[in-house]
Write a protein that binds this ligand. Sequence first.
Ligand code: OOB
Length: 542
Amino acid sequence: MKPLSQVWPDEFAARYREKGYWRSETFSSFLRARAAELPEHVAVVGGEHRWTFAELEARAENIARGLLALGLKPGDRVVVQLPNIAEFLAVVFGLFRARLIPVYALPAHRIVEITHFARTAEARGYIVAASHDGFDYRTLAGEVQREVPEVTHIVVVGEGGPFTSLDALPTGDVDLPPDADPSEVAFLQISGGSTGLSKLIPRTHDDYIYSFRASAEICKLTSESVYLAALPVAHNFPMSSPGVFGALHAGSRVVLSPSPSPEVAFPLIAREGVTITGLVPPLALLWLQAAPATTHDLSSLQVLQVGGAKFLTESARRVKPVLGCTLQQVFGMAEGLVNYTRLDDEEEIIVSTQGRPISEGDEVLILDDSGHPVPEGEAGNLLTRGPYTIRAYHNNDGANARSFTPDGFYRTGDVVKRTQDGYLVVQGRATDHINRAGEKISAEEIEDHLLAHPGVFDAAVVSLPDEFLGERSCAFVIPQGEKPKAAALKAWMRTRGLADFKVPDQVVFVDAFETTAVGKVSRKELRASLRRRFLEAAEAEK
Ligand code: OOB
């Protein structure tokens, strides 16, 4: 099994400890501390469950014992694919307690993504919900096990069917291992997948706990706060910015919403007195639309965070008047760096920037294409390193060579400007992925699938501006033989076992792609030119 590591050079690690960023806490040690300080305080509300900190810890311990009794061994990687249910937290804290390594998949992922994660992480376990949103994950688990037989242990939250149910884990007399070393990798997060398939991101206890502890401070969380996880909790934003972990670390209550829609989330806000939550821009727009007519009392809400994709200034301006709460813009990435507008910033900064970094230890470079710093205030490529930004992906030398400079800066692929006060304004990006309502889609990955269709000679996938989604995906396709219908091609994509959000929103057939006199243009130029010409033609038709 490829060892897990995330190594900062010694002098950096020493500095991060000396500055008090890394405090040698682990997931298990912080939960134990909260359970000791606030045993009766309700920590997690999800579905029918209301668990105190003491109950959450006890459940995590039982799950830890059960998973080890089942045959998993400390160090084994376990793909976790659970929706926003209370068990998500019991399971992941259980995994941490057993020194098992969660690999976080989103509920939208399907066979293609899960087998990729299982193979790259060399997972031995897979934990799913029986079903969610009309999809039966046990069927998916069966397929995963057929394709990757090394995944020997499947555990189901709910009715297990052919697999072990979480409630029926063995209760064997197993000793739990000692706590992890805080500099060890705690879990694998998945990347937004800007080129090709998602990469796996090893995060240590030290670095990740710092990021959410500091985020909770920036968001002024206390044991009185109530955090609503509306977005899928396995994503880095609702997980750690400050997310469910930052909330629990601060002794706050976490409420898990099975859906981010106003119909589901608004009654929960009213019932639980939610004080803070986070959304992607399209959902924030939906909430702004629904709030004026709602009969639910949203007055407990103090902070609405918006991030994952650019929130336009004109929409941002509406948050305070319509929802009566403070907007916080969040610009982050699963690889590390997270920026926030601060709660007491002037309104103009809040509505027109994507915030500034969490930490004084975050180093930010804004460089032109030849690697030189751009003049103050101009747009350039964002590179970063710091106490919670990774230095390498797991098991992916090619991506590591492309994504990190020799001195350890992560190339984010984002194009930003920096204001005089150090706030970042996102301008766009240098890589060809589509940011569809905060879900990142790799153009390359989708093109590869399209090329597998017999009626497709060549394909180029680009992002187009979309009023609601921010960006939608458009596939330009050169057909061959019998030209497929756009709807049929989309339907076929749906059978490929991909997350649904990756199916192109639009398909445009073209006769040829442009080539230069010398030969083929690069994929990047080709995508840019297809996009430009399509938008010009659309503009001309208006
Ligand atoms: C968050 O994480 P990822 O890993 O899904 O995606 C990261 C990318 C960034 O590199 C940037 O391209 C884009 O998403 N992004 C934004 C943004 N927030 C993220 N682009 C414009 N404006 C924003 N506010 O998306 C993520 C992780 C932690 C916290 C928040 C978001």
